[in-house]
Every structure is written in C-alpha cells, then in structure tokens.
Design a protein around this ligand. Structure first.
Ligand code: UN1
Length: 478
C-alpha cells in the first residue's frame, strides 16, 4: 500500500513509521496508510515556514487571493470524492461529509476575497503635523492543530485565514483522520505557493503537537480539541510568549418553552443532539424543557430517535454513522453508566449496536429526569447522548442554561419574540440560536465561545484577522 507522506519545504517526506487509517463504519476497510513524523520533522517544517515568511508576507495580496481561490475551486469540484473519503475515515454520513467539504471550499473562497480587504486606519495625531497609521501585519509562522470531528472544515478555517493574511503554516491534523488533511495538503501543494509557506506534519498529538507549541520559530498557535490539551497548550504558549487561540468543549443547552412549535423543537433537538453522532462541540447535550410541553416533547424525541437509521456512513439510508473510534465508544458507553449511577433515567438507547460490518455503532441515548448538577450534565461526553432537564419557568430555564463551566453555543425554541430577544441577550454563550440547532454554523461570521469553551480571539469571518494579524502603529512627520 502507498504511504502518504508529510509535506515539508515543498517536498513529500516520509516520517519514522506509518499507521493505517481504519474506517469506523467497517473495521476491515483500511482507508490508507499515513506516515508518522518524529520531532525532527517539526524542526524542518518550522525552519521552512520561518524562511518562507518574509517573502509570503510581502507578496501582493492578489497572489494570495488567487492561490486560495484555486484551492477553493478544486475542493468544490471534488466535493463528492472528498466527501466520501471524509465520511469513510470519520464516520459522518455521506451528505454531511460532502456538506463539510463544500464548507471547506467556501471558506477558502471567502478568505481569498478577504486577502484583498485587509485595511487599516489613518488617524490625526495629537501632535501637529504628525500622521498616524494603524495597520495589520501577519504574525509569522502559525502552528495549526486540529481535531478529528471536522477533518477538512476546521483545517480549512484555520489554514485559509493564516495564508490569506500572509502567515506561513505548520499544520498537524488529528491522528485518526489523516486522509482529508492529506488530500487538502495535496491540493494546497499544487496551488503555486512558494516552498515552505504551507507544511503538513502528521504524527502523534503529544509529540508533534508538543514540538510545534515548543518551537521558538512558531509565533502563534491555534488549537481545537479537548479542554485538558487546550489548557496545556495555553500554558506552554504563555511560557514561550506565543499568541494562542483555543476552541474547546461545550455542554450546550437547548431551552424548549411551552409556547414552542413542537415539530420545530423536536427536529432542532434531534439534529443538534444526535446528528454527526453527537460529535460536535456545538452539540445540544442539555435539553431544558418547560413543564407544560415536557411530556409531549420527550415522547416525540423518543419516537424520532427510535426510528433513526444508524449504519455505515456511506449507506444512502443511514442517518447517523458510527462513533469515530473504539476509545470514544468506550467513553460514551461509560457515561451511560455514570448517568444511571447518578440517578438519571435512561429512557432509550446507549447500547453498542451490531451491523453487517464490524464498526463502532451505538444507539442514540436519551436521559430524562436529570438535574443540572449531575456529571452527565457538567462534563462533555462528545457522543450521541443527551439529557432532559425540567424547568418550570423561563427564568429557571435561563438560569440552568447558563449554569455550566462551558459557553460555546446555546439555543431556545419558542414562538415568543419577547423570550427569544431576552435569551439572545442573557445567554452566557458565544453563539445563540433561536429555533435552529445549536450545531451547524455559517462560515462567514464569528465562531467561538466563552468560559472554558474558548480562549483568545474568535475564528471565522472577518473576525479571524484578530488572531492571524498583529497591529502596527506608525507615526510620520513628513
Ligand atoms: C458546527 O457546529 O457547524 O469542533 C461547527 C467542533 C466545532 C465546530 C462546530 N469547532 O465541533
């Protein structure tokens, strides 16, 4: 089998060893074999990115725009093939795999245009005759460390702005989804970037990620993943004087008020909690339901999830694919026990499932009669598991929604303008949704959370420039 190599300083290079990328829908299906770099590769990549920086920072923004546009065009043209590859390695259903690839292509197109829009300010000085200019410049070498749940979209929304604003990149994708990352790197490698501007280093998180964060050549690190790893990265970045951007967990609330449209509330909840196997940091894991609609809502959700088709990600009939890995499946199942032992009622699901092909299948689980202090309502599970928490009033629902260490996204289902408006203002989350799922966001507006969910400037849209550029203030006496 061909080994897919790293891309460093414009060359495809083998690492120390390699590993098979296995399909979670069918463990007998090997998606490909991918190299695993050692720390020496990180040094080569950071050297190359550092050497390439000055040239890339100075190039006309039109050159950067053209390169990003070309990358976006190829991604969009190959959406079916890349979507199938993504679904095969990650386990989300094909429609979602293709949707994610489209999102990645659009992100490159968006930042292609943004490359031309980087503007500054000219200000009148307090000193007569002096002119003041405030401009933005690229940071330098950016280390990009991405998770497994969005194997192409998250790399895209970090790599595209990094390159658009003139930074150079060392990119380390999650170890269990190298195929989409490699395909993206292959596309980028043919976009006409000078050598060293973009580098792909695949390998172990602690070793390769750790070496990127430790490198004195790296100026800024952006990471999406677990809270524990994010905290470590932040500390290391502070210690070595780097800029850092973290997107971590969520324990996102969805409030369902008595006046909600029941069908809307059920589809918003089921989509937000279970689609993509619940493996989204924006997933709705706490369903906070007002007493008057509670029983009807719970019955309808149980009916809907009981009929969801769980199967191979590439089977056209599947609505939910497998869990991504054996470790994740064990973690999800262990939380079912945590919930039961903590006094929650398991209304449905939470079991490993057998399918024709051996994979990491699990039935969507719903806990009812839970309280917000239970472990299953405090800790991020990152699987197809959600809890219902009762609330008697809107006020109580808001209080429960905000009572969490996290603050990524939140939602409310209501037909009342008054409650919708009030919740948008009082929710302690970075993103608030009214009658739409807490997960599934647009690519051209700010993405990020509060409290333990995020750290540093927002991602996506024009807001991304905060992280990927540094401000310069220049004074001139002509
Ligand atoms: C989405 O809900 O569309 O890791 C995006 C995650 C997030 C992205 C969610 N950073 O799940």
């Amino acid at each position: 089998m061909t080994i897919h190599n790293n891309f460093i300083a414009g060359e495809w290079l083998a690492g120390r060893s390699s590993a098979d990328n296995v399909n979670p829908s069918d463990l007998s299906d090997v998606v490909g074999n991918y190299t695993l770099a050692g720390q020496d590769a990180v040094e080569q990549a950071t050297d190359a990115a550092s050497a390439a920086f000055e040239g890339w920072a100075r190039v006309s923004p039109e050159v950067r725009a053209d390169a990003l546009d070309k990358i976006g065009t190829e991604i969009l043209a190959r959406r079916e093939e890349l979507g199938a590859l993504l679904s095969r390695e990650e386990g989300k259903i094909l429609a979602d795999g293709i949707g994610e690839v489209i999102r990645a292509g659009r992100v490159f197109k968006f930042f292609a245009a943004e490359a031309l829009r980087l503007n500054g300010e000219k200000v009148t000085s307090v000193r007569p005759g002096v002119e003041v200019e405030v401009t933005r410049e690229p940071e330098g070498v950016v280390g990009i460390i991405t998770p497994w749940n969005f194997p192409i979209a998250i790399p895209a929304w970090k790599i595209a702005p990094a390159l658009a604003y003139g930074n150079t990149v060392v990119f380390k994708p999650a170890g269990i989804v190298p195929a989409s990352a490699w395909a993206l790197a292959d596309i980028i490698s043919r976009a006409g970037l000078p050598e060293g501007v973009f580098n792909l280093v695949m390998g172990s998180g602690s070793e390769i990620g750790g070496a990127i964060v430790a490198s004195p050549k790296v100026r800024a690190v952006t990471f999406t993943g677990s809270v524990a790893t994010g905290r470590r990265i932040a500390l290391d970045c502070v210690r070595t004087g780097k800029k850092v951007q973290l997107e971590l967990g969520g324990k996102n609330p969805l409030i369902v008020l008595d006046d909600a449209d029941l069908d809307v509330a059920v589809s918003v909840a089921v989509n937000g909690a279970y689609f993509a196997t619940g493996q989204r940091c924006t997933a709705s894991s706490r369903l906070i339901v007002q007493n008057g609609i509670h029983d009807r809502f719970v019955a309808a959700v149980i009916d809907r999830i009981g009929h969801l088709k769980i199967g191979h990600a590439l089977d056209p009939g599947s609505e939910i694919g497998p869990v991504v890995s054996s470790d994740q499946l064990e973690q999800d199942i262990s939380y079912i026990e945590v919930g039961k032992n903590g006094g929650a009622h398991l209304a449905l699901g939470g079991e490993k499932l057998k399918r024709d092909r051996d994979g990491y299948y699990m039935s969507p689980a719903l806990f009812t009669e839970t309280t917000n202090d239970m472990r299953i309502n405090r800790e991020e599970i990152f699987g197809p598991v959600a809890s219902v928490i009762r609330a008697s009033t809107y006020e109580e629902a808001v209080q429960i929604a905000n009572d969490t260490p996290f603050g990524l996204s939140s939602g409310i289902c209501t037909t009342s303008l008054k409650y919708a408006h009030d919740f948008k203002r009082r929710s302690a989350a970075g993103m608030v949704m009214v009658n739409v799922p807490t997960a599934g966001v647009d690519y051209h507006v700010a993405f990020g959370g509060r409290k333990e969910s995020s750290y540093g400037p927002r991602e996506q849209g024009a807001y991304a420039r905060e992280f990927y550029t540094v401000i310069k203030t220049a004074y001139t006496l002509p």
